[in-house]
Write a protein that binds this ligand. Sequence first.
Ligand SMILES: O=C(O)[C@H](CS(=O)(=O)O)OP(=O)(O)O
Ligand code: MG
Length: 233
Amino acid sequence: MDTRFLGIPELTETPSVAVVVDVMRAYTVAAWAFARGAEKIVLAESLNDALALKARHPDWVALKDGAPAPGFDAVNSPGRLRSAYLGGRTVVQKTTAGTVGALAVKEASLVLCAGFVVAEATAGLLRQRGCDAVTFVVTGEDGRAEEDLACAQYIARRATGSGADAAPFVRRAAESRAAAELTGGVREGAHRDDVALCLEVDRFPFAMVATQEDSLMVLRPRGVPAPADEASD
Ligand SMILES: O=C(O)[C@H](CS(=O)(=O)O)OP(=O)(O)O
Ligand SMILES: [Mg+2]
C-alpha cells in the first residue's frame, strides 16, 4: 500500500482514498456520537452553515468546538458527549481542523474519518477494499499535529497487515501539544477525561465513512467484519 501523510494545506489534488485523522477531538467525538445512537453526522462548512442547518431542522443537534455558544447544543468533547442520548438523531458538527479536513477531500472516491477509537475498524475497511494508495489527512497544525500523525501512521501499519504495537503511537499522542492544551485547560469546552478518551485504541468496532448526500457531507458508521470473517472472503 502506497501511503502519504499530508496536512490540509498540502492537499493540492483530490486523492482516490482519504483517511482524515483528528484524534483530539473531532473524530473521537464523532465516534462517541454514533456510540450514543446518532444516525448520521453532517460535517458543516462553517459555523453559519451549522446554524442554518439547525434552523431548518430544529431536531438536529448542532455541535462546535471551543466554548458553548448560543444556538449550539453541544461542544466537541467526548467526555461531555458520552452521557448524551442521541438515539436516531442527526448531529451537525463544525470544528477547527477535523471537519475542515474531510470537506477538503469530499471529491475522493472513499473518505474515512478516524481516530484511535476506530483504528482497527478503519484499517480493516482499507484492507477489505484492497486500497493500494491511501492519503492520510493529518488535520491538526497544518499536518504537524503529533497525535494525528501518530494515529495515521498506526492505522497505515495496521492496514498493510503488518502487526503494530499501539503503545508507542499512543505515547506520542499523549505527549502532543493538543493533549497538553486539553489537560492544561487551554482549550475550551473540555472535560477532564477528554485526553484519555481520545487515546483509547479500538474502543468502537465501526469505521466512519463520509459521503456526499445532496449538497452535504455526511458521516455514517460502517461496521467491519471481524478478522476471522475477512480471512474467509
Ligand atoms: O476541539 C478541538 O479539540 C479542536 C479545536 S481547538 O484546537 O480546541 O480550538 O478542534 P478539532 O477540529 O477537533 O481538532
Ligand atoms: Mg484536532
